[in-house]
Write a protein that binds this ligand. Structure first.
Ligand code: A3P
Length: 306
């Protein structure tokens, strides 16, 4: 495969997307071995587009009958969302693991960064549902830049913000090209509305409750009138909000929710729309805007940027 470096993180082009050698092994194992069930829900994102948030929300919605949102023992009070909703390619099938699915209650809630094209056949063909969360490419880039800096401080300096941006614009970023990832799920969500729900980070920020309702309906678990009147939707929004999650002890001082060497606090940076404006020069903005205009032309897909 072709190899390019994103700081010390060496990425290889595999099945049309960029990833690390360890991820390739795990993804091949997922593709070979994972058998989806009709009741499964798979959350899909490209890194740094709000995966942690989506995991918290989907977990809370799906478990709200057994675990009321205001329960003092709600799992989100003591566990990071990534511990509650495992990634297929990181937690479950990583390191040549044969996963133990008996510990995951049905309906199973799972996550992946894999592009739609790379999903196991059984995910595409079974009745299992896929929820995709998209975030505008400007904030996604800035977020990944900061995350990589935290994750691999020793490599800081080997690739500047400008160089990393250059690679991003040529498609080289984990699980990218970004636009291919986006369009794979977008096109599928248009063709199979019952199969793939396409959500946007910016819309979730603007009106969390309406997006929560949309998600609950898609999952076949709509909020009842009593729940709405009783404020359950507001409670879920609040429990899963950036500030609430960020302030929890497990997220302030915990470690290893995704990688053994990563700190949970690095998953919560600013959590806003439009921070890119503090990082990118006007020429960078023009360049990425032009690329996105071309790549998304005719798709009817667009993003709120500020
Ligand atoms: P920023 O770096 O822009 O702040 P992921 O979960 O896919 O790794 O994405 C991380 C991004 O989502 C970070 O963005 C992080 O701050 C933001 N985020 C995490 N939890 C969030 C929440 N509950 N609400 C909104 N944004 C959140």
């Amino acid at each position: 495969p072709k190899e390019r470096g994103w700081r010390t993180q060496h990425l290889y082009l595999f099945q049309g997307f960029w990833c690390q050698p360890k991820e390739i092994q795990a993804i091949m194992s997922v593709q070979r071995n994972f058998i989806a069930q009709d009741s499964d829900v798979v959350l899909a994102t490209i890194p740094k587009s709000g995966t942690t948030w989506l995991k918290a929300i989907a977990f809370t919605i799906m478990n709200r009958k057994n675990i009321p949102v205001q329960n003092d023992n709600h799992p989100l009070l003591t566990s990071n969302p990534h511990e509650l909703v495992p990634f297929l390619e990181y937690k479950l099938y990583a390191d040549n693991c044969i996963p133990d699915f008996s510990t995951i209650p049905c309906p199973r809630l799972l996550a992946t960064h894999m592009p739609f094209s790379a999903l196991p056949q059984s995910v595409k063909e079974s009745g299992c549902r896929v929820v995709y969360l998209a975030r505008n490419p400007f904030d996604t880039f800035v977020s990944i830049w900061h995350f990589m800096e935290k994750l691999r401080p020793e490599s800081f300096g080997c690739l500047s913000f400008e160089e990393a941006f250059d690679m991003y614009c040529s498609g080289v970023v984990g699980f990218g090209p970004y636009w291919d990832h986006l369009l794979g799920y977008w096109n599928e969500s248009l063709q199979r509305t019952q199969k793939v729900l396409f959500l946007k980070y910016e819309e979730m920020k603007e009106d969390t409750n309406s997006q929560l309702k949309k998600l609950a309906e898609f999952l076949g678990l709509p909020f009842s009138i009593e729940e709405e009147k009783g404020g359950v939707v507001d409670e879920i929004s609040r429990l899963c909000s950036f500030q609430t999650l960020k302030d929890m002890e497990v997220n302030k001082n915990g470690k290893g929710a995704i990688f053994a060497d990563s700190e949970n606090k690095d998953l919560f940076r600013k959590g806003v729309v439009g921070d890119w404006i503090n990082h990118m020069t006007p020429s960078m903005v023009d360049r990425l805007r032009n690329i996105m205009d071309k790549k998304l032309s005719g798709s009817n897909l667009s993003f709120q940027l500020l």
